[in-house]
Design a protein around this ligand. Sequence first.
Ligand code: GLV
Ligand code: GLV
Length: 344
Amino acid sequence: MMNQAPGAQHEPQPQPVSPGEPAPFVYVTRAVPELTTSMLAENLPGVRIELNPLDRNLNRGELVESAAGCDALICTLADDISATLIEDLGPSLKVIATYAVGYNNIDLTAAKNRNIAVCNTPGVLTEATAEVAVGLMLACARRFGEGDRLTRQGLFTGWAPLLHRGHGVYGKTVGIIGAGRIGKRVALTMKHGFDCEILYHSRVDHVDWENDLGAKYVELGELLERSDFVSLHCPLTETTRHLLDAPMLARMKPTAILVNTARGPVVDETALVAALRERRIAGAGFDVYEHEPALAPGLAELDNVVLLPHIGSATVETRDKMGRMCAEAVIAVLTGKEPLHRVA
Ligand code: GLV
Ligand code: GLV
């Protein structure tokens, strides 16, 4: 384990520095699996690696103060990598590797203009995130959250025919919004595991799940009107921000459950709280929030929601793979090679 006490720096094994070439400086905005820093140390002679020693995200000023002058930045989805931040980090920055698949928090245009490579971690978190989406569907339909609270409070006084009934998942209609890898994994699981009918909607019209999956492509409104479960798997872009606003939420069935493991701002969270409170939809399972980590007023008071702390990719296996990919991206760019997963 590396030392992450405040102020600590990770000291890699001393490596020969090629004459004339200054040792690279890599700044990492949150503690990451140890293999990330050990890979950097092994592959980048003389590298200076600095980690945010605090158990929280840094604000803009702290980020600039800590990371200015870096050659590579390993950041997370919680860091706002704006054009001005990129500017303030200075001219040596060559690569931003985000410890995430989503990259809506990074100003890609600013990075491109400065010829900074931006790399993400696609593929390795597909199953992990799909597990959370499917888990949230089950948890909401069968009311796990309420059941857990009731049992802990000593209110389970014995089996009863009418106790804590939910609704089944088997054979229901699942609407998937966003037809990428994660959406497809959720669709496959619900189809093969629960015999569900799959509807899907995506901006990308070349995606064909009809043959693969027997899924049916429908317009967003129709998907919302027909689905018993709606699961979000689209990226956050200017087009998908508030994709599910009050009028769209109003098209869902009063028995339907909404699951969001994508990005919070895809849903108008205030409108969602109103819809849930008035039982215009039956429930919601959320892993992401519009103003993360803050929750919309009233959300946490509702019984018909299951709320998770953005843990879609949070398995030991996946987080190691993501750490490896970030290190590989930084090593590639700093050794003059093309990184594998470049988004800008
Ligand atoms: C998680 O939300 C990610 O984008 O990796
Ligand atoms: C992310 O990996 C996606 O394509 O859904």
